[in-house]
Design a protein around this ligand. Sequence first.
Ligand code: SF4
Ligand code: SF4
Length: 108
Amino acid sequence: MALTPLRAIAKHCFECGGRSYKERENCEHIECPLYPYRFGHRPKVQAKYTPIKAIQRFCMECVGEVGYKANYKERELCPNKKCYLYPFRLGKNPNFKKHRVVKESVIA
Ligand code: SF4
Ligand code: SF4
């Protein structure tokens, strides 16, 4: 099963909380872009960012200052392919691309 942005966030937050569900639940970093999605589902109250945009934002923070131009490249070149957020770091969902390619090959 393909990793979705929400699942990736839940897994990342689980790791961030020292692989503890309790720590993830009790996370106090409400300013973290991933915070509203840390359980792997959408909150009842609409969050500031969509899950994919939250990841994009989080990755910018991970590589350095948000909005600092050079860091866009840093984020793109992130070497940590094992990070759950890696496939979504550029704000695009590669799962959709795969579906489109499959659909197109079926049509051809
Ligand atoms: S919301 Fe942010 S600080 Fe909190 S567990 Fe997730 S990644 Fe860590
Ligand atoms: S994918 Fe790279 S930039 Fe994004 S959180 Fe993971 S390690 Fe940081």
